[in-house]
Ligand binder design. Structure first.
Ligand code: E4P
Length: 215
């Protein structure tokens, strides 16, 4: 499973890159607003840092022509830009056009296997399933990831299932087991993945016992 970081904060991207963890980046308007810097500067910095792996940038247009126009502009920023298009009727028409023109898309805000099927039939490169937001409304995010992965395999679609809206280490484990192609993980969860109480306790005990070894 590929690991993307779900952030627009440069320090967090650098942290993941230093650890050799990064297969790509996803951003969205909420994450960009949290970066608290001018849009152009943040995007520029991200694209300077990551030149050879996908960087998803969300479009804000809502109708086909405007989505295509915005996608053209945004995709010119760098070769590795992937445009995020929301899962709507007009969005999927734009995705079909853009993919045919060689502009890679990430269909975002996907909450059901039916939506994933439509995104795949439209030729999306990535299909972002929002696990956490489904769990928030007492539906199962992992179930939608599982079903969508199965549909992609069964019909040999080329789209990559991207588990998004990840809130916990368990979410990462679950989507890896479900066969998701990508998980886009927030910085906080990436840090937590290294940790286990028993690892900390074990290190402490080994260091204490090391002191008792006659040397
Ligand atoms: C995915 O690309 C989105 O940026 C993200 O995972 C949304 O997560 P949230 O539900 O925590 O906002």
């Amino acid at each position: 499973m590929k690991i993307f970081i779900d952030t627009a904060i440069i320090k967090e991207i650098e942290w993941a890159e230093e650890r050799g963890l990064l297969d790509g980046i996803t951003t969205n308007p909420s994450l960009l607003s949290r970066a608290d810097r001018k849009l152009g500067e943040v995007i520029n910095d991200i694209l300077k840092l990551i030149k050879d792996r996908p960087v998803s940038i969300e479009l804000v247009s809502q109708n086909v022509d405007e989505i295509i126009e915005e996608a053209r502009t945004v995709s010119k920023l760098a070769k590795n830009v992937v445009v995020k298009v929301p899962m709507t009727d007009e969005g999927m028409m734009a995705v079909q056009y853009l993919e045919k023109k060689g502009i890679h898309t990430n269909v975002t805000l996907v909450f059901s296997a039916a939506q994933a099927l439509l995104a795949a039939k439209s030729g999306a490169t990535f299909i972002s399933i929002f696990m956490g937001r489904l769990d928030d409304i007492k539906q199962s995010g992992i179930e939608v990831v599982r079903e969508s992965v199965q549909i992609m395999r069964q019909y040999e679609f080329q789209s990559n299932i991207l588990a998004a809206s990840i809130r916990s280490v368990s979410h990462v484990e679950e989507c890896a087991l479900a066969g998701a192609d990508v998980a886009t993980i927030p910085f906080k969860v990436l840090v937590q993945m290294y940790r286990h109480d028993l690892t900390d306790k074990g290190i402490k005990k080994f260091l204490e016992d090391w002191e008792k070894v006659p040397k």
